[in-house]
Design a protein around this ligand. Structure first.
Ligand SMILES: [Zn+2]
Length: 219
């Protein structure tokens, strides 16, 4: 994929963040890793998604240095970099302030296996301790708390979803917002019945084979 095409996909998924209701205004941010060149493409700070063009996307090195871009990178760039450095399987990061995931993050709750779709993240969605946005401390907390999961709640802040590419990281952000909403509603009504670790491991295995012509998601 060319650098320009990668920048276009950042712009495209930025618009989808708004269209899907996962964020409003200039909230949230996205990045992808270009592993061959050891560089990261990230959304700029303070630019509305509908006004964003590929030229606004910022290219950074793995230490957070700016390689290319007329804009400032997202103020959250350090946790994006920290995640890529921590886990070689992560090639895309999606950060949202979606309402239900953020509500649970404000309660300092993790999301347990309340529904099989939690399997998009893993056996559960862990919670990273609070630190001021944009700080090294928050980057450390996020990278340490995510463990092997594909999503992590950020206390009093929001959600981070990761994946091997942008479509899958984005899809995980959407599914985790859905299960966050279910968990909130279920807890409001009573005590949710959780799935076992064994069952979640079976689901996670099935998800590995999920694709347009393979496996099924009961969808
Ligand atoms: Zn944020």
């Amino acid at each position: 994929m060319t650098l320009h095409r990668r920048k276009e996909s950042i712009v495209e998924y930025g618009r989808q963040l708004i269209a899907s209701g996962l964020t409003t205004g200039t909230g949230g941010n996205l990045s992808i890793l270009d592993p061959d060149q050891a560089r990261i493409l990230i959304t700029p700070s303070g630019v509305a998604y509908d006004a964003m063009s590929p030229a606004d996307v910022v290219v950074m090195d793995m230490d957070g240095g700016i390689i290319e871009g007329r804009r400032k990178p997202s103020s959250e760039w350090n946790f994006h970099v920290a995640l890529y450095r921590k886990r070689p399987d992560i090639h895309a990061v999606v950060h949202t302030h979606s309402v239900y995931a953020t509500t649970l993050a404000c309660l300092h709750w993790e999301i347990p296996a309340v529904h099989y779709l939690v399997g998009f993240a893993g056996r559960k969605v862990p919670l990273a301790p609070y630190a001021t946005y944009g700080t090294e401390e928050l980057a450390r907390n996020v990278a340490e708390s995510i463990g092997p999961a594909n999503a992590v709640l950020l206390a009093n802040h929001g959600l981070v979803a990761v994946g091997p590419d942008l479509p899958r990281a984005f899809n995980t952000a959407e599914e985790i917002e859905f299960v966050a909403r279910l968990y909130y509603l279920a807890r409001a009504a009573g005590e949710p019945q959780l799935l076992s670790d064994d069952e979640m491991d079976r689901v996670i295995e099935k998800f590995k084979n999920y694709g347009p012509n393979t496996g099924t998601l009961d969808d």
